[in-house]
Design a protein around this ligand. Structure first.
Ligand code: CU
Length: 149
């Protein structure tokens, strides 16, 4: 797992080749995506961009999807080693754009156990925001190689 994580950090953000957007009140949710996972993977990561066009701070409280467990995580580098920690919420301040991206905040779909995320698959999910409320979105599962483009 570790070499993959470090490689992802080095390659940077996924491209926006297949952008798709969702809107909820003052929030624009751009291009929810997840990388395909190997069959042996226990979990997969989801990413998107949230643009708060309003004057009210908002907060992402929860992500619901059809997996045994879905959590909000943050990747951090400590002494050159990539680690992940659980976060309770992600702040989306008024007028700001927050990116969930490799090396930072992400949604962790946990408990895959032999049912990997496959290219072309769409993951239905509900984002729960403090002010914008519940937003139905879909994560597109994309090949890992795209990160290198
Ligand atoms: Cu994670």
């Amino acid at each position: 797992m570790k070499p993959t994580l470090i490689l992802t950090l080095a390659l940077g953000l996924p491209t926006l080749a297949t952008a798709h957007d969702f809107t909820a009140k003052d929030l624009e949710i751009q291009h929810p995506m997840a990388f395909e996972t190997p069959v042996t993977a226990k979990s997969g990561a989801g990413y998107f961009i949230v643009n708060n066009t309003g004057k009210t701070d908002d907060t992402l409280l929860e992500v619901r999807a059809d997996f045994p467990k879905v959590m909000l995580h943050k990747s951090e580098e400590k002494d050159g080693v990539a680690t992940m920690m659980h976060v309770d919420k992600i702040d989306i301040p008024a007028g700001e754009t927050i990116e969930l991206a490799p090396g930072g905040f992400h949604v962790m779909f946990m408990g895959l156990d032999g049912d990997p995320l496959e290219e072309g698959e769409k993951i239905k999910a509900t984002l729960v925001f403090e002010h914008a409320g519940e937003v139905e979105i879909e994560f597109n599962v994309e090949p890992r190689s795209k990160a290198a483009e």
